[in-house]
Design a protein around this ligand. Structure first.
Ligand code: SF4
Length: 245
């Protein structure tokens, strides 16, 4: 199949999903289990977590590469107007752990890769502290194009880009997702609750356990909250059985 045919196929597929209101294909209902955490923050002592697992991807012929090609020329929302690059995603396509942030910033827009600026370097340190490498995980954003002046993405922009994210998640099929920051958390979990209230619990999104934590850009401005993010990452490590128990 030629590149343009693959792109057309992916775009048609995404539009069909959008029209049908189908944002993901995972339908598993994993059993719940309680996980006790080693943390000083009493609010974080108990995570109610689904066990890892889930169904296999949809069986569609789409791949991450095909979808990335489709997104390269995407004009489904106004964020296409000022972007330099579509910032698709990066990392291991079979990652057990996926990080999802809000949207590209200036450095990401220029380089076409998520989390490459100062916030990206801090995310790399967090990943390494977990005993992983950046290339072990998969990293993406809720919107693939930079909102002008780093404003928050608007609701219609998040909705327009959501099929891409859902397909990324479906194709990577991670055992766990870490959502970085309030904007991504509210968009993904469909809530307007503050991040502080959503931390400390394992949520579920299309059958995948989700933990919310602070965005690295916030942690650069508020380093006193780094310990809270580390507690969140310890929960992730415990769930995935990595690092020290
Ligand atoms: S943000 Fe997403 S939906 Fe909007 S133009 Fe970029 S790729 Fe398309």
């Amino acid at each position: 199949m030629s590149d343009s045919a693959a792109r057309d196929q992916a775009i048609q597929h995404l539009r069909r999903l959008e029209a049908e209101g189908v944002w993901g294909v995972r339908r598993s209902e994993p059993a719940k289990q309680e996980v006790k955490l080693a943390t000083n923050d009493s609010d974080l002592q108990t995570f109610s977590s689904p066990t890892a697992g889930g169904q296999s991807p949809s069986g569609e012929s789409l791949t991450l590469e095909t979808l990335a090609a489709a997104a390269r020329d995407c004009q489904l929302c106004r964020l296409c107007e000022e972007r330099t690059n579509v910032v698709w995603g990066v990392g291991n396509p079979d990652a057990r752990l996926m990080f999802i942030g809000e949207g590209p910033g200036r450095d990401e827009d220029i380089q076409g890769e998520p989390f490459v600026g100062a916030a990206g370097r801090l995310l790399n340190k967090i990943i390494e502290a977990m005993g992983l490498r950046r290339e072990d995980v998969y990293i993406a954003n809720t919107v693939k194009c930079r909102p002008p002046h780093n404003r928050n993405p608007a609701e219609d922009e998040l909705a327009a880009c959501r099929p891409y994210l859902m397909q990324q998640v479906d194709l990577v099929s991670p055992e766990m997702i870490v959502v970085l920051g309030r904007v991504a958390m509210q968009a993904i979990l469909a809530t307007d609750a503050p991040l502080g209230r959503m931390r400390g619990r394992v949520h579920e999104w299309n059958g995948i356990p989700v933990i919310c934590t602070y965005h690295p850009a916030y942690l650069l401005r508020t380093p006193e909250d780094k310990g809270k993010t580390w507690a969140d990452m310890q929960a992730v490590m415990q769930q995935l059985g990595i690092g020290q128990q």
